[in-house]
Write a protein of this length. Structure first.
Length: 317
């Protein structure tokens, strides 16, 4: 009897039972994943999607002080909103703050991660010190910096000690139109630096050492290795941090509510603080809802631009 010899093509094709088994396993894994997220879905619907839908409806309606819709007005609320100088000011303040905050919120934890990455004698001490801000709430941080920025506080004392200013020209940091907004950047960066530091530290330490050693043997300097090898390989982590910090910058409100109350003369009135004052102080739900949708669209546009850059600037290897 002739011996049957399977061809290379037929032998490479998986058998039908094996394929069916794989599909069943994959389907089972998908259902298992859905079961894990099932408990959180009602909370997402109630606390995220339903409020967003209601806010969108309010932005197209005239709403009384009791939160009841009087009539549908279409885009009139948006037209009126962009004609208000206080809203334009809040929009510009938010963009200014984000432009100052995001670069520092990325560079500072990245530098700390590069410092703490080598396995040195003080590596664990550095990790602990750089992670401490994670254990301090935003409210406590703002109260600490309020004393730091006080007229007779530590910052003015140090500047006087270094001869950078005289006693008669001490800056009232939180009450000066020029310095109030930049003064809010520092506590925000300090509060968020711990978590981003840990993310970047893990990414930097996962860079293959053989690549760094090979480039060092070829004569590459430390900064050449950092910019040509380390940063491209940790770009997914950097991309995540950039996205999250853009959201944090555009939705910043806690330091404003605690330290400046939007002053002086609206110099620190951000979009979210504007929404808060419009909705809870002025009880103008239509205005607050419209401003909320605008804040959402602004954040969405920035993230969309960031994701468009992802295809060119992020290396997934």
């Amino acid at each position: 009897m002739a011996k049957l010899v399977s061809s290379p093509i037929t032998s490479s094709i998986p058998s039908l039972p094996h394929t069916v088994t794989r599909k069943r396993k994959r389907r089972k894994d998908i259902w298992k994943a859905y079961l894990f997220i099932l408990p959180i879905i009602p909370f997402i619907l109630v606390f995220d999607y339903f409020p967003f839908l209601r806010t969108f409806i309010y932005s197209l309606s005239s709403v009384n002080a009791q939160g009841k819709i009087i009539r549908f007005v279409g885009l009139d609320n948006y037209i009126n909103l962009f004609g208000r100088q206080d809203f334009i000011n809040a929009l510009l303040v938010t963009l200014k703050f984000t432009a100052m905050y995001v670069p520092l919120a990325i560079i500072c934890p990245l530098l700390l991660a590069l410092i703490a990455a080598p396995k040195s004698l003080f590596a664990k001490t550095n990790q602990l010190l750089y992670s401490i801000p994670m254990g301090v709430s935003m409210a406590v941080t703002c109260l600490i910096f309020e004393q730091f920025y006080a007229h007779s506080g530590l910052l003015n004392y140090l500047l006087n000690l270094l001869g950078l200013m005289q006693n008669t020209t001490d800056i009232k940091w939180l009450h000066d139109q020029t310095w109030a907004l930049p003064s809010l950047v520092i506590p925000m960066v300090w509060t968020h630096i711990g978590f981003d530091f840990l993310l970047m530290l893990a990414a930097v330490r996962n860079v293959p050492q053989d690549l760094l050693e090979s480039s060092e043997m070829d004569g590459a300097s430390y900064w050449t290795k950092t910019f040509r090898i380390t940063l491209p390989l940790i770009s997914p982590t950097l991309f995540f941090v950039v996205c999250t910090q853009i959201i944090v910058g555009l939705t910043m409100v806690a330091p404003v509510m605690i330290l400046t109350k939007g002053g002086p003369l609206g110099a620190t009135s951000t979009l979210i603080y504007y929404i808060y004052t419009s909705g809870f102080r002025s009880v103008n739900y239509s205005l607050a809802s419209t401003a909320s949708i605008c804040a959402f669209i602004l954040t969405f546009i920035f993230l969309l631009i960031n994701f468009l850059y992802e295809k060119k600037g992020v290396v997934y290897e």
